[in-house]
Design a protein around this ligand. Structure first.
Ligand SMILES: NC(=O)c1ccc[n+]([C@@H]2O[C@H](COP(=O)([O-])OP(=O)(O)OC[C@H]3O[C@@H](n4cnc5c(N)ncnc54)[C@H](OP(=O)(O)O)[C@@H]3O)[C@@H](O)[C@H]2O)c1
Length: 295
């Protein structure tokens, strides 16, 4: 394959792993890869490996158009700009328009499961971007990533100290997948060279409730952990009391409400279809991260 592939957000956690898998797992020639960031200094390690680096800022259309010149396939990794409502959708739409103007032949985009049926505060960003990608007229690959297992690494070390995980997800279930598996799935889709349009939802192989996830964490790290069911309002006050910014606390509560409503409860085999592999299990993930969880 001699296509040129550009990854935005390439210095981010997902972007770095997508590039790793393109190079190491799918053996894409380094000369075919371009890594983009707002700050190319953050891409020094990739540049040292021979990956071309370009500056691309989603708040600056001209920078995107310049970055996308000569690119065949672009992966638009959704940004983390959640603080200002509407900003992220505007950024993504700018990126899609820039891809069209610059002659990109295929757009890939990292979305979320069922953004059309979701209580999560940022779901409209993903739905709006998916619609913009489809309206671009270019062939596309939409990769809907389920809630990362890695998200638990923020709160579980603290939760394990007290043995309680306060959650508003009730008995709802969620099919978590690791960030690295999402990167592997995206790399597989990019490396396939497909000319077709498709939407994939990358999930783990099991959808589990908070009780089941807590039990898996407890047995994996050898410490007790119980899921304590609270209301949305109780969780919100707890998160605000812990010092989280309003928009983060509100987003986390909305994610729990979405799980409780059953909207995340969908297991697919899209990861296996793309990669030929099974997603990492919860147990394997938590055992691998035992030191950080119990530090
Ligand atoms: N499914 C899930 O559970 C889950 C969890 C967390 C996040 N996400 C989503 O997945 C994305 C990737 O995850 P991650 O773990 O890699 O997050 P991350 O490490 O925070 O990376 C976010 C990336 O967004 C880029 N970005 C932000 N604003 C930008 C702008 N104005 N122009 C260009 N790039 C911009 C950053 O690139 P530079 O700073 O290099 O410019 C950064 O690389 C996140 O941004 C978020 O949308 C999903």
């Amino acid at each position: 394959m001699s296509e040129t592939i550009l990854i935005t957000g390439a210095a981010g956690q997902l972007g770095q792993r997508v590039i790793h898998h393109l190079l190491e797992t799918y053996k894409v020639p380094v000369a075919n890869l371009i890594a983009a960031s707002r700050d190319t200094a953050k891409l020094a390690a990739l540049a040292a490996k021979g990956v071309q680096t370009r500056k691309a800022d989603f708040d600056d259309a001209a920078s995107l158009e310049a970055a996308f010149k000569g690119v065949d396939r672009v992966l638009i990794i959704s940004t983390d700009a959640l603080a200002v409502p509407g900003q992220r959708l505007k950024q993504h739409t700018t990126a899609v328009n820039a891809a069209v103007k610059s002659g990109v032949k295929h757009i890939a985009y990292t979305s979320m499961p069922s953004p059309d049926k979701s209580l999560v505060t940022f779901a409209p960003d993903h739905l709006g971007t998916e619609n913009a990608v489809k309206a671009s007229g270019l062939p596309y690959t939409i990769i809907r990533n389920a809630w990362y297992l890695d998200n638990y690494m923020h709160s579980m070390p603290h939760n394990l100290q007290g043995g309680s995980w306060y959650t508003a997800s009730g008995d709802g279930k969620v099919p978590n997948i690791s960030r690295d598996d999402c990167a592997l799935g995206a790399a597989a889709a990019l490396a396939s060279g497909t000319a077709d349009s498709a939407t994939y939802t990358l999930t783990g192989s099991q959808s589990l409730s908070a009780d089941e996830i807590a039990a898996t964490i407890a047995s994996s790290v050898g410490k007790p952990l119980s899921a304590v069911k609270v209301s949305d309002e109780q969780l919100l006050q707890g998160l605000l009391g812990a010092g989280l910014p309003d928009f983060v606390a509100t987003m986390l509560v909305s994610a729990d409400a979405n799980i409780r409503a059953g909207n995340f409860d969908q297991v697919t085999d899209d990861f296996t279809k793309l990669t030929g592999k099974q997603p990492q299990t919860l147990e394997d993930f938590f055992v691998a991260n035992k030191a950080a969880l119990t530090a």
